[in-house]
Design a protein. Structure first.
Length: 277
C-alpha cells in the first residue's frame, strides 16, 4: 500500500498506486503500471493476492462487528480508496460504527473525501500520519473514537513496508497498549513461506526505493503474543483461508471454497482479541 516515503509526482512507481492498479482502479500512471507489469511477470498471482487481501479485511470487519460487537475501527495504511471501504463494510453492519483512517501519503489525502462519506448515525475521519508515529495517530483518533470502548485496529498489508530498523513490534505494542479490553488487531503480512517467488517482488519494489520485508509465521505471531492478544480461530492462515464463510456478495464475486490456494496469495492473515479479564 502507500507506506514508503511519499512520491506524488507520478514520475516514479508508487506502492499505493500499484496496489490500486492490482485492484482494477484508475488512480495510477505509466511508471506504476510498468513496475506492476514487472511484478506480475515475477509473481503472476499478484492480482489475486491483492484482491484476497482486500476481501480478508472485509471479512474481518464483518466478523468483528457481528461476532464481537465492535463498533469502532482504526485503519492505518488505508491506501487509495477502493469501494467498499472499511467504513462502508462496518456501517452496513451497524450505521452507528465510527471509523478513523490514517495514511502517510498525500496521494491518499487527495481522495480522502471518499473515506468520509459515512452514515449520518456514525462517524468517519482521516488523518495524514505515518504509522512510525503511532502516538500522533492515537491522539488524533481520540477525537472520533472512545478508547474506553473496544476498537478494532486494522494493519492490513502495511507492516511488510516497515523494516526491522523501524521496530514494527514496538509500533504495534504502542498502538495495542492504548486499546480497551475486547479490542482487536486485524493484520495481514506478505511472506515467502507460501511462495518463494515473492522474494523477486522484494527486489522489484526495492529498485523503486520501496522497502518490503517479508516475514514468516513466527514473526507474525509475535505481533499478537507480544501484545497479549489471543488469536481468533483459525489463527494465522493465508488471507484466502480466514473465515471464507464471512464473504458477502456485495464485496464482489463469490468464489467456490478452495478455488484460491495459499500459494496464490503469498500473505498471512490473522485477527487477535485483547482479553477482557
Amino acid at each position: 500500500m502507500s507506506h514508503q516515503m511519499p512520491e506524488s509526482t507520478g514520475a516514479k512507481a508508487h506502492s499505493a498506486r500499484m496496489y490500486d492498479y492490482y485492484l482494477g482502479g484508475k488512480t495510477n500512471y505509466g511508471p506504476d503500471r510498468r513496475v506492476a507489469a514487472q511484478t506480475m511477470a515475477a509473481f503472476p498471482n499478484v492480482l489475486t493476492a491483492a484482491r484476497e487481501n482486500r476481501e480478508f479485511m472485509h471479512r474481518a470487519v464483518r466478523y468483528l462487528a457481528r461476532e464481537q460487537g465492535i463498533r469502532q475501527f482504526l485503519d492505518i495504511g488505508t491506501g487509495i480508496p477502493s469501494a467498499p471501504n472499511l467504513h462502508q463494510v462496518a456501517q452496513r453492519e451497524d450505521p452507528a460504527c465510527r471509523v478513523v483512517y490514517a495514511d502517510n501519503d498525500p496521494i491518499v489525502l487527495t481522495y480522502a473525501r471518499a473515506l468520509m462519506g459515512g452514515t449520518p448515525e456514525g462517524a468517519t475521519d482521516y488523518i495524514e500520519a505515518d504509522v512510525r508515529d503511532p502516538k500522533r495517530i492515537l491522539d488524533h483518533a481520540r477525537a472520533t473514537l472512545d478508547f474506553e470502548q473496544p476498537v478494532a485496529l486494522s494493519l492490513v498489508a502495511l507492516l511488510h513496508f516497515i523494516g526491522d530498523g523501524d521496530d514494527p513490534q514496538g509500533i504495534v505494542r504502542t498502538l495495542v497498549d492504548e486499546l480497551a479490553p475486547g479490542s482487536a488487531l486485524v493484520l495481514s503480512h506478505g511472506t515467502d513461506e507460501l511462495d518463494i517467488t515473492l522474494r523477486k517482488v522484494v527486489d522489484i519494489y526495492g529498485s523503486q526505493g520501496i522497502t518490503v520485508q517479508l516475514r514468516g509465521t513466527d514473526d507474525v505471531r509475535e505481533f499478537f503474543t507480544a501484545t497479549g492478544l489471543t488469536l481468533i480461530e483459525p489463527g494465522i492462515v493465508a488471507t484466502c483461508d480466514w473465515h471464507p464463510e464471512m464473504a458477502d456478495s456485495q464485496d464482489g464475486m463469490r468464489r467456490p471454497p478452495g478455488s484460491i490456494s495459499p500459494e496464490d496469495v503469498g500473505c498471512w492473515a490473522a485477527v487477535g482479541l485483547k482479553p477482557t479479564a
